[in-house]
Structure formats: structure tokens, C-alpha cells
Design a protein around this ligand. Structure first.
Ligand SMILES: NC(=O)c1ccc[n+]([C@@H]2O[C@H](COP(=O)([O-])OP(=O)(O)OC[C@H]3O[C@@H](n4cnc5c(N)ncnc54)[C@H](OP(=O)(O)O)[C@@H]3O)[C@@H](O)[C@H]2O)c1
Length: 300
């Protein structure tokens, strides 16, 4: 099979779409014939070497953490899914012709492959963040970085739960934020004042998606520091904010089931720009630019 891969750290030019060893479903897993896999910032953080701790590259690196596709192998112990079923979910090395998923849900027939792939990582991350923040219906949530891959899903998941959402983006994405149900505010200097003006007071919780606003400014908007949760500012814990990277915090099967329901009920829509796998370099250059609206996905 073919897979997106790299053997040296660097920019998107190090990527190639070439032959790779076959993969197979282990116990509790399924293998899919990939119809789409989404681009997440973690992928370029890996191939650029940002996550390597200064260690040189050894071996071959593969990319992708979510995908949508047709099940073509079912691992031992797996029930409720069969060869030929359309699914979307989470796995590793998903930017390939075949990928192994560790968690999945049935793909609603009304949803494009690229959209189904696009809601994997973003959906799991959003469910985790809202759960850890303990934000409830009727409360007000600020999502700092609401127009990108995680933010756009978090906005809609929160709105569907009856939460009032104020979200930050550049001016260019304010229309998009309104479309998906959030009160838009401009990020950057003075954002706190703009949030208070837009909502009529402080907020109950902050989901810091972008990790760009000084965390002290976010903490000033909520009743207690732990009502701020960051997925991108790893020093936010120093002032008592929560930081999550997944692991034991994650409940992927539950999250994907919620995402599937939202897709079926038309309560979650994601704008997706697609690129063929062999033009992944272009998609990654856009992702690295840091101003994605919705999601980028790769397709065969
Ligand atoms: N810890 C975890 O478990 C976890 C999980 C998933 C993702 N992440 C991390 O979370 C971050 C966001 O991921 P993503 O997939 O949503 O990225 P993305 O799709 O690239 O979106 C980036 C968004 O950030 C916004 N943005 C840019 N500058 C900003 C600023 N100064 N203030 C607020 N927002 C700003 C952009 O809005 P404009 O286009 O309007 O400028 C854009 O919509 C990445 O660092 C990713 O690695 C962490």
C-alpha cells in the first residue's frame, strides 16, 4: 500500500506518498480502506521535529490520527461492526491507503467522507474539554480559537448542549462563527474587554484552543483558574488552569458516538478543504500557517 511518510525532519517538502508495509487490525481494532484522513497540527509538529526533543530522526515517520473509510478487516474481540461497514474514527498512521482504527463510530450516510474524517480528533478533543471543564447548559463558555479544526467542532458541540458560546477568531472568520452558533470576538490585545462587552459579564469557563492568549488574561474572565482549560499552552498549569493532552482523560468511543449523533441531527457541520494524498504538502503549508477555517483533509 501507499502511505504519507518522511525519513528526515523538515518542512512539508520532506513528505512523500510512497509504498509502505501493510498494516493489520489487532485485537479490539478494525482496519479501513481509507476514503479520507484529516490534517491536524500534531502531524506537522511531528514531521518538523518540534516534538523530537532535539533528537535526530531515525527510521520512517508516518502521519494521521483520524480517518473515515470502509472496514476491510475486523480484529479479535470486536463486535458490532463488519467488513463493508462505513466508519470514522481515531487511529495512528491514518494518512495511508489502509489504516487501523482503535475507536470508531458508524459514518452517517448523509455525511461526506472528508467531513467524517475531519471530526475525529476535533470531536474527541472537544468532548474531553467540555467534560473536564464541567460546563453546563445555560452557562457561558469562551472558546479562544473557535474557527479552526478543534474550535469549530467545540463551538457546535457546546451549542448543542445548550451552552452559550462566545468564540474568538480573526475578523475574517466572524461570519463563520456566527453561522455555527457562536458570538464572535476578535482575538489579541483587549480580547477580555470585548468578551465582557459581548456577553454582559465574565464567563463560566474558557476552552483555550489556540494557546496564544496569555493564560492570566483568560483566568481573569472565570470564577476559578481551573475553569480555564488549554490544549495548546502547556505552561497554563502554572496558574492553576487545566491542561490536557488526551491519554487517560480521553473517552474516544463516547466522544465519537456524540459526534455521530450531532452529524445525523445536522447539529454539526464542518467546512472542509480537501487535497489528494500526493498533494499533502500544500495542505500542510496551509495548516502550518495557523489560520485554517474548519478543517483540511486528504483523500485518495
Ligand atoms: N492537547 C490536545 O489534546 C490537543 C488536541 C488537538 C489539538 N491540539 C492543539 O490545539 C491547537 C489547535 O488545533 P486546531 O486543529 O484547532 O488548529 P487549526 O485547525 O490550525 O486552527 C487554528 C485556529 O487558531 C486560530 N488562531 C490563530 N491565532 C489565534 C490567536 N492569536 N488567538 C486565538 N485563535 C487564534 C485561527 O483563527 P483565524 O484563522 O481566524 O486566525 C484558526 O482558526 C494546535 O496547537 C493543536 O496541536 C491539542
Amino acid at each position: 500500500m501507499h502511505a504519507l511518510q518522511y525519513t528526515t525532519h523538515g518542512g512539508p517538502e520532506v513528505l512523500s506518498w510512497t509504498a509502505a508495509p501493510d498494516v493489520h487490525a489487532g485485537p479490539g481494532q478494525v482496519r479501513v480502506e481509507v476514503r479520507a484522513a484529516s490534517v491536524n497540527p500534531i502531524d506537522w509538529k511531528l514531521f518538523t521535529g518540534m516534538m523530537s526533543g532535539g533528537q535526530p530522526m531515525t527510521g520512517t515517520g508516518y502521519l494521521g490520527h483520524d480517518a473515515a473509510g470502509v472496514v476491510d478487516e475486523v480484529g479479535d474481540g470486536v463486535t458490532g461492526v463488519a467488513v463493508g461497514d462505513d466508519v470514522f474514527g481515531l487511529g495512528s498512521n491514518t494518512q495511508a491507503e489502509h489504516a487501523v482504527l482503535a475507536s470508531w463510530a458508524a459514518k452517517p450516510s448523509s455525511v461526506d467522507w472528508a467531513v467524517a474524517a475531519a471530526v475525529g480528533v476535533g470531536g474527541e478533543t472537544s468532548e474531553r474539554a467540555l467534560r473536564l471543564l464541567g460546563v453546563e447548559a445555560g452557562e457561558t463558555l469562551l472558546i479562544d480559537g473557535g474557527a479552526g479544526g478543534v474550535g469549530a467542532i467545540a463551538v457546535q458541540m457546546a451549542v448543542a448542549r445548550g451552552i452559550r458560546v462566545v468564540a474568538s477568531s480573526s475578523e475574517a472568520n466572524h461570519g463563520y462563527l456566527e453561522e455555527i452558533g457562536a458570538i464572535p470576538v476578535l482575538y489579541g490585545e483587549g480580547m477580555g474587554d470585548r468578551v465582557v462587552a459581548a456577553t454582559g459579564g465574565p464567563v463560566d469557563a474558557v476552552f483555550d484552543v489556540a494557546g496564544k492568549t496569555p493564560v492570566e488574561q483568560l483566568v481573569a474572565l472565570v470564577p476559578a483558574p481551573a475553569k480555564v482549560l488549554s490544549i495548546a499552552n502547556f505552561s497554563a498549569g502554572e496558574v492553576g488552569a487545566q491542561v490536557t493532552v488526551g491519554g487517560a482523560d480521553a473517552q474516544p468511543t463516547k466522544a465519537l458516538a456524540e459526534v455521530k449523533d450531532l452529524l445525523e441531527q445536522n447539529q454539526l457541520v464542518v467546512k472542509v478543504q480537501t487535497f489528494p494524498f500526493d498533494r499533502a504538502e500544500e495542505a500542510y503549508r496551509i495548516s502550518q500557517g495557523g489560520h485554517v477555517r474548519g478543517k483540511l483533509a486528504l483523500v485518495p
